[in-house]
Design a protein around this ligand. Structure first.
Ligand code: SF4
Ligand code: SF4
Length: 315
C-alpha cells in the first residue's frame, strides 16, 4: 500500500474506504459483515475511511475502531451544518456514535461554490474552534462542482478538498472533467489535500474498472482516492489496480458475476428525464420519484447521463 502525508498528522493510504457503500442507503448487509470488510481492507493497508452524518453508519465505524489503536486509523466525515448549533450537533453526534475523542477530517458536505461556503460560515467558525481544541484535526469541503473547487483556493480554512472525479466526468454538475482537473491542480498548488471521490462514476464505469481507476490514479495532484467497496473482491481489485498488478482470473470472474442493481437516490426530483431516455421502459415516476423495474433494466447507464441531480447509481 502506498501512503501519503496528511499534512503533519500522519500517513493515510492512497485508497480511502468510502463507506457510503456500507450504509443503509446502498447496502442491507449486517454490521458484523460490514466490519469484516473494513477489517479485510485494513489488514491490506487501508487506514483511511470516509463517512458522513447522512450515511447514518457511525455505529459501523465504532465497531471497526473498537479493537484498533485510534492513532492508526484516519476517519473523515461531513455534514450539512449551517450554523454553530448544527455544527455542535454534527460533531457531538460523530464523537459519541463513533466513540472517539477526535475526528481526523470534518467537512461541509456537497458545497456548490464560495457563496455557499460563506453562507455556512457560522458553522465553519465553530468547526475551526473544534480544530483549535484538537477535536477536528483538519477541515474541508466535499463537492460535485468545479466552481467550489476553484473558490476554495480563496479560503485558507479549507485544507481538504473532496471533489468528484472520474474519466467521463460523471456527476460533475457544472462542466467537464478537463475543467475539473485544471481546477484541482490549482487547488493543489494552493496546498489543499485532494481526496477524490467516485472513480467509477457511481457504478457506471464498471465495464472498464482498470481504465477508470488508472485514470484517477495517474493524476498526480490526487492524494487519495475514496472508493466504495461492497465485497472482498472489489477491495482486492482496487488494491491491485493501485499497485499496478494484474487481477487474478478468479477475482475477475467473481466481480463479473456479482449481482448489481440500479439505485435511485432519495433526492430524485421526479423530473422524468430519465424515464424518457430509457428505451427498455424500465423507469416510471410514482409519487414524484423515479422507480426502476429491475426485470426490464439492462444496466446500460444511459439514464444516468440525463440526470442532472446524479441520483442514479449502479451498485
Ligand atoms: S432524471 Fe434524475 S431527478 Fe429526474 S426523475 Fe430521473 S432520477 Fe429523478
Ligand atoms: S440503466 Fe438503461 S435499461 Fe436501466 S433504467 Fe437506465 S436506461 Fe433503462
Amino acid at each position: 500500500m502506498e501512503y501519503i502525508d496528511l499534512f503533519d498528522t500522519g500517513k493515510v493510504s492512497r485508497i480511502c474506504y468510502g463507506t457510503l457503500s456500507l450504509s443503509k442507503l446502498q447496502n442491507d448487509n449486517t454490521v458484523a459483515n460490514n466490519v469484516k470488510l473494513l477489517n479485510y481492507a485494513y489488514q491490506k493497508g487501508v487506514n483511511f475511511l470516509d463517512t458522513a452524518e447522512l450515511y447514518d453508519n457511525y455505529s459501523l465505524l465504532r465497531e471497526f475502531l473498537k479493537d484498533k489503536k485510534r492513532e492508526d486509523i484516519f476517519i473523515s466525515s461531513k455534514s450539512y451544518a449551517y450554523d454553530k448549533k448544527t455544527a455542535d450537533y454534527s460533531i457531538n453526534k460523530a464523537l459519541k456514535e463513533m466513540n472517539t475523542e477526535y475526528i481526523d477530517i470534518f467537512m461541509l458536505h456537497e458545497l456548490d461554490n464560495g457563496n455557499n461556503f460563506l453562507g455556512h460560515y457560522k458553522a465553519v467558525e465553530r468547526f475551526l474552534e473544534y480544530k483549535q481544541k484538537g477535536i477536528i484535526k483538519h477541515f474541508g469541503i466535499s463537492t460535485h462542482r468545479i466552481k467550489a473547487v476553484n473558490d476554495c483556493i480563496k479560503y485558507k480554512e479549507i485544507e481538504i478538498l473532496f471533489p468528484i472525479l472520474n474519466i467521463k466526468g460523471i456527476g460533475i454538475q457544472d462542466g467537464t472533467v478537463d475543467e475539473m482537473i485544471k481546477n484541482i491542480k490549482l487547488a493543489k498548488n494552493n496546498n489543499k489535500f485532494i481526496l477524490s471521490m467516485k472513480p467509477y462514476g457511481g457504478g457506471h464505469l464498471i465495464n472498464d474498472t482498470k481504465k477508470a481507476f488508472n485514470y484517477v490514479k495517474n493524476i498526480k495532484e490526487v492524494d487519495s482516492i475514496a472508493v466504495g467497496m461492497r465485497t472482498k473482491e472489489e477491495i482486492d481489485a482496487n488494491l491491485l489496480y493501485l499497485e499496478g498488478k494484474k487481477i487474478p482470473s478468479e477475482i475477475t470472474e467473481k466481480l463479473n458475476t456479482q449481482q448489481r442493481k440500479l439505485l435511485v437516490s432519495y433526492w430524485c426530483k421526479g423530473c422524468g428525464k430519465c424515464v424518457e431516455r430509457c428505451t427498455q421502459n424500465a423507469l416510471s415516476i410514482k409519487d414524484n420519484k423515479c422507480h426502476v423495474d429491475m426485470n426490464k433494466c439492462v444496466l446500460c447507464s444511459y439514464c444516468a447521463d440525463v440526470c442532472d441531480e446524479f441520483c442514479i447509481k449502479i451498485i
